[in-house]
Design a protein around this ligand. Sequence first.
Ligand SMILES: [Zn+2]
Length: 131
Amino acid sequence: MNPETRPFSTLRRCGAKTRRGTACQCPAMKNGRCRLHGGKSTGPRTPEGLERSRRARWKHGRYSREAKEAAREARWSDPVYVEARRQADKRRIEREMDREQWRARRRLKTAQREFEEWLRQSRIALRAPKD
Ligand SMILES: [Zn+2]
């Protein structure tokens, strides 16, 4: 007899331990527990199920890994794009070099100022005993 059409009294019971400590009397589902004790779904497990789940909300695939990959390949085979990227890289490197030069110049200035200050201080110290 189909378990779905059996009289309610003969249905298999859930049997989970309730808060009262008694066994749950709700009719069990296929997994042996009722709708309150074990839920309906634990999600897809088989490769087919997982794939179906993945495709369930698929719209057009324009942002899929394959589409993005294809777009990237197309860009890199376009000489205009490649040249633009090369120019951008060149500008970026030049900017970094300028910045590094500026830092080096500032470091040098600071060192010079410190040296001059040290020199002034040591002259004062040398002169001091004579006064
Ligand atoms: Zn139950």
